[in-house]
Design a protein around this ligand. Structure first.
Ligand code: URP
Ligand code: ZN
Ligand code: ZN
Length: 460
């Protein structure tokens, strides 16, 4: 099958121009002005922007967490991602403490294989680093195509590792050609503040926020950066939210170290005032919590300064019923919020449409940098001859309203209910096939492929 996309305005991380794209099979074969090549099908993209398929490198699908499972499966989550223009996601496999990485991977494969609708890859979360785990790192990188290793400096007693394990893991991962990523908040201080608030009978969602002050993130981000610098390991901080943490990174970059930063769409556009409304605030209970308006300003600036390279989601949805597990105690509210479907449209509307970032920066942080950082480029993340034909045809003028009534995520509320936004995903191609056309998904579960990733260099 061949397909010609005519007259779209092609946007990459560096260019913007009107041209045609010829797709053959799963791949982009030619790009040029007024291509007069035969194709089995033609799509007229006049007036539309053509982006590379979005890459969301931070999602939690069907993940056992805080006594329940995140409510999107690999099927529903990747389908919703496609509706929102995200063609590839990187999901997290969680090692169980006392068990192997291989067992964890087998567990995730049993849920994801044959069910995903969009393409996906895995990070491996190392929650117990010991001599057995050390021996598995090379296998993960060389045989499984899993080249990034997630660590938690918080969630004490469940996922957190200590600094001794962190440094040892970094040394091994560096040796084998991978990257260490981190949830950087100080787990001990948070644990203390959670216990203190509970003992004082302060049990509303607001106290989730007050148990994770900016200092906990700034301190851990700086500590992580120092350990990464010492070991020389390529490193990546997930879901960075605030000024203090970004300043720690700013200092680290003076050493020219290989340290990347991701923020998430919610930290750019939502703030902690959402926790003031009694239990309703549970919809936004996530870790780290939403911050202040001044942090949003810092993060937008960080994107434009090149200090923040990626905008992801940390998509980790829970039904309202699941959030109610914490109705009498904020520490029992499953942490996370749904956004996999909304990221690209929100970032366009709130970032490009308002003039905060350019179209090229948009593609850079939502598509190209995640692909480069995590070893998917140039197969994914750009529009180029030889790349996978993962493409989004986007109407930059269409206005619409976000609602749980119309979204495709398996969650019964929207964190952005009633938001009126500008810019809409119209058509999505994944590996040469039209998968979304005007709100309809045209492929079944199982269309999504597991993508093995390359070793990472720590440079982009
Ligand atoms: O609240 C969050 N972020 N839930 C998912 C797990 C994590 O920390 O990323
Ligand atoms: Zn996290
Ligand atoms: Zn996460």
């Amino acid at each position: 099958m061949s397909l010609l996309i005519k007259n779209g305005r092609i946007i990459t991380a560096t260019d913007a121009y009107v041209a045609d794209i010829l797709v053959e099979g799963e791949t982009i074969r030619a790009i040029g002005k007024d291509l007069s090549l035969h194709a089995d099908e033609t799509i007229d993209a006049t007036g539309l922007l053509v982006f590379p398929g979005g890459i969301d490198p931070h999602v939690h699908l069907d993940m056992p967490f805080m006594g329940t499972f995140s409510s999107d499966t690999h099927e529903t989550g990747t389908r919703a991602a496609l509706h929102g223009g995200t063609t590839t996601v990187i999901d997290f496999v969680l090692q169980k403490q006392g068990h192997s990485l291989k067992d964890a991977l087998a567990d995730w494969n049993s849920r994801a294989r044959g069910t995903a609708v969009g393409d996906y890859s895995f990070h491996m979360a190392v929650t117990d680093f010991n001599e057995n785990t050390r021996a598995e790192i090379k296998h993960m990188i060389e045989n499984e195509g899993i080249t990034s290793f997630k660590t938690f400096m918080a969630y004490k007693g469940a996922l957190m590792i200590d600094d001794r394990q962190m440094v040892a893991l970094m040394q091994e991962v560096k040796k084998q050609g991978g990257m260490v990523t981190v949830h950087a908040t100080n787990g001990d201080v948070i644990d203390y503040l959670v216990a203190k608030h509970r003992a004082e009978g302060k049990l509303a969602p607001l106290y989730h926020y007050l148990s994770q002050p900016e200092m906990t993130e700034a301190e851990a981000s700086g500590r992580f950066a120092d350990m990464a610098d010492y070991t020389g390991c390529p490193a990546y901080i997930v879901h960075l939210t605030c000024e203090g943490a970004l300043n720690a990174v700013r200092n680290a970059t003076r050493r020219n170290q290989k340290l990347f930063v991701e923020t998430c769409i919610q930290y750019l556009i939502l703030d902690a005032s959402l926790y003031e409304d009694d239990f309703e605030g549970a919809k936004w209970v996530m870790s780290p919590p939403l911050r202040e308006k001044k942090d949003q300003t810092t993060l937008w600036a960080g994107i434009n300064q090149g200090l923040v390279q990626v905008v992801a989601t940390d998509h980790c949805p829970f039904m309202w019923e699941q959030k109610l597990m914490g109705k009498d105690d904020f520490s029992k509210i499953p942490n996370g919020h749904p956004a996999i479907e909304n990221r690209l449209e929100l970032l366009y509307s709130e970032g490009v449409h308002t003039g905060k970032i350019t179209l090229n920066k948009y593609v850079e942080v939502a598509c190209t940098n995640p692909a480069k950082i995590f070893g998917l480029f140039p197969k994914k993340g750009t529009i180029a001859v030889g790349s996978d034909a993962d493409l989004v045809l986007f109407d930059p003028t269409e206005k619409h309203t976000i609602s749980a009534k119309t979204h495709h995520m398996n969650v019964d509320y929207s964190a952005y209910e009633g938001w009126e936004i500008t810019g809409k995903v119209k058509t999505v191609l994944l590996r040469g096939k039209v998968v979304i056309d005007n709100g309809n998904c045209l492929v079944e579960k199982g269309y999504g492929k597991f993508i093995k990733r390359n070793k990472v260099s720590g440079t982009i």
